[in-house]
Ligand binder design. Structure first.
Ligand code: FO1
Ligand code: CA
Length: 302
């Protein structure tokens, strides 16, 4: 079994690559749920959905989130009657949030709902929320404490961030299927090229998960989300700067200190100080071919 920890866009690209080079039953993808929130009365799980749509071939490649062939009648109509439109829910995407919300209210777990929808969409690999208990990423910024989506989408990551908190993490129980996979000696744990602060660290903040990964006996292989000091997408580099650190591939590796055995990074980037075996490879994933090639590099460490 390969256990891959993932956020949204960058993680989903590598997860798709992995799904092409592994038997489908051999891949377990652990999704960050720190981005989840309740909006317009609906339960939204952005990273689960980005993974779900990517693996089903239904992803919106222009936006990096949501569904392809999307239309926006609901949002336009909502705006026309004075509703909140800063978080854009497309007409097709909306169905997933309505259905998830209904099933959560009926008492189903997020894991069961995610698995049921994945099955209906014909997805092979398991997508597991890190926990079925709510964990909510919050950021202390120049504008005070903000919920993740308010900072990320509504405020466009503008307010400088000084601290991050994963509300509920201390009480959250790790996904039992994930613990079981880690106990049955996986072939490798992969940390996808996601933002360490807001995509991977919420997963590692669930009590017991960091220790279970460290103790699982498998290689732990991370892929750098930073190339030449820049994030491929999103605020990763800026978040290092705002907390007084210089963004680099090595700075990301340092966030996973004590966990990593292997680190995949660009040939040109500085590996000084990285306490893992460094594997040099192109990490930018533009095409499916790139995703598959990087997945093979990652698995070569396993
Ligand atoms: N990201 C945006 O930047 N703007 C949006 O309007 C937006 C809507 C949205 C709707 C559903 C969904 O599953 C994701 C959505 N995202 C949107 C992405 C989401 O905010 C992610 O948490 C971030 O991309 C970080 O991974
Ligand atoms: Ca995310």
């Amino acid at each position: 079994m390969i256990v891959a920890l993932s956020g949204g866009i960058g993680g989903a690209k590598l997860a798709l690559g992995l799904s092409h080079v592994l038997p489908l039953s051999e891949l377990l993808i652990v999704a960050n749920t720190g981005d989840d929130f309740e909006h317009l009365g609906l339960s939204i799980s952005p990273d689960i959905d980005t993974l779900t749509y990517a693996l089903a071939g239904l992803d919106n490649q222009e936006l990096g989130w949501g569904r392809r062939d999307e239309t926006w009648s609901f949002m336009e109509t909502l705006g026309s009657i004075g509703g909140e439109t800063w978080f854009r829910l497309g007409d097709r995407d909306l169905a997933l949030h309505v259905e998830r919300t209904r099933r959560l209210r009926a008492g189903e777990t997020l894991s069961a709902i995610t698995a049921g929808i994945a099955r209906r969409l014909g997805i092979g690999p398991r997508i597991l929320p890190m926990s079925d208990d709510p964990v909510r990423t919050r950021l202390r910024s120049d504008a005070g404490w903000l919920d993740f989506q308010h900072w990320f989408v509504r405020d466009q990551t503008r307010p400088p961030v000084h601290a991050i908190d994963f509300a509920g993490a201390a009480e959250a129980r790790p996904n039992p299927l994930l613990l079981e996979a880690l106990r049955s000696r996986p072939r490798a744990v992969v940390i996808c090229p996601s933002n360490p602060f807001i995509s991977i660290e919420p997963i590692l903040a669930v009590p017991g998960l960091r220790a279970a990964i460290a103790a699982c006996g498998a290689p732990v292989v991370a892929v750098s989300p930073i190339i030449a000091g820049q994030a491929v997408k999103g605020p990763t580099a800026r978040m290092f700067e705002q907390t007084g650190m210089v963004p680099s591939a090595a700075a990301v590796a340092a966030r996973y200190a004590g966990l990593l055995t292997h680190y995949v990074m660009e040939p040109e980037d500085d590996a000084a100080g990285i306490e893992a075996q460094v594997i040099r490879a192109p990490t930018l994933m533009r095409s499916l071919k790139d995703k598959i090639a990087l997945a093979r590099v990652v698995l070569s460490a396993a």
